[in-house]
Design a protein around this ligand. Structure first.
Ligand SMILES: CC(C)(COP(=O)(O)OP(=O)(O)OC[C@H]1O[C@@H](n2cnc3c(N)ncnc32)[C@H](O)[C@@H]1OP(=O)(O)O)[C@@H](O)C(=O)NCCC(=O)NCCS
Length: 219
């Protein structure tokens, strides 16, 4: 389980008038307002104390707020793959072919080192298949998926990828937010014939019932 969310300077914005200064707090990776204000900030000499008090107020005044972990995203190592598999299975996703040649995985890791989210890329020249996007169920909806997705785009660009594809029957509206547009699955099979996921769907006959998505990466 990750640590509680503690705001830092960049998460805070001022609202209100000069005589009645208030702070509003935003989650760092979702940009979402989480509430909490503090009056008369100027009367506090040490800003760090204000942040500490704000953090406490946030936690105590939001009894039902999920404790949001601070996570950083890094490339997965061999040692992460057991946790990645468990995470995929917890989200009802297949782990078949995740260690195939050309596959690169990223993980979002909490302060304790726990894997909180993952995403994979199957790289093939100028194209890549994005797959295995998954976040620990209790932390869904806190921006980790988005953070992982943008890091995967950065990684793909670093590797010379211009076009990212993915399969998604149920989460198409999520991917539309990043600019993905639907494409025939045949296009993915033609462009990425060696992708482990393409081969798996072709072998078990499920390719035709999949939905394909494509995004041209900005340079
Ligand atoms: C899809 C997933 C990776 C997104 O990660 P996340 O950290 O929960 O999502 P984010 O915080 O980046 O985004 C949250 C927003 O996406 C929306 N969203 C999440 N999953 C969605 C889905 N399957 N379809 C449409 N929208 C979805 C949420 O409703 C939320 O919307 P809001 O901002 O309007 O409140 C995560 O929900 C997950 O692990 N899902 C189960 C596995 C899965 O379906 N993976 C995708 C396979 S193609």
């Amino acid at each position: 389980m990750g640590s509680r969310f503690r705001p830092v300077l960049r998460d805070l914005v001022f609202v209100g008038s000069r005589s009645r200064l208030q702070l509003a707090c935003f989650l760092p990776y979702s940009g979402r307002f989480v509430g909490c204000t503090m009056d008369h900030l100027s009367s506090h000499p040490a800003f760090s104390k204000v942040i500490a008090r704000l953090s406490l107020t946030l936690i105590s005044s939001n009894a039902n707020m999920t404790s949001v972990p601070i996570a950083h995203v890094r490339e997965a190592s061999h040692a992460d793959f057991t946790a990645i598999k468990e995470l995929l299975h917890a989200n009802a996703l297949s782990s078949e072919g995740i260690c195939a040649p050309g596959a690169v995985y990223l993980v979002a890791v909490g302060q304790s080192g726990t894997v909180l989210g993952t995403i994979g890329l199957e790289l093939s020249g100028r194209a890549a298949l994005l797959r295995s996007a998954a976040v620990q169920p209790e932390f869904h909806g806190n921006g980790l998926g988005r953070q992982l997705t943008y890091k995967a785009f950065d990684k793909a660009k670093e590797c010379g990828v211009r076009t990212v594809y993915l399969f998604s029957t149920d989460a198409g509206n999520y991917w539309r937010r990043f600019g993905f547009e639907s494409v025939p699955v045949d296009e993915i099979a033609r462009v990425l014939p060696n992708s482990a996921q393409v081969q798996s769907y072709s072998a078990d006959g499920s390719l035709a019932s999949e939905v394909g998505w494509r995004l041209a990466l900005e340079p």
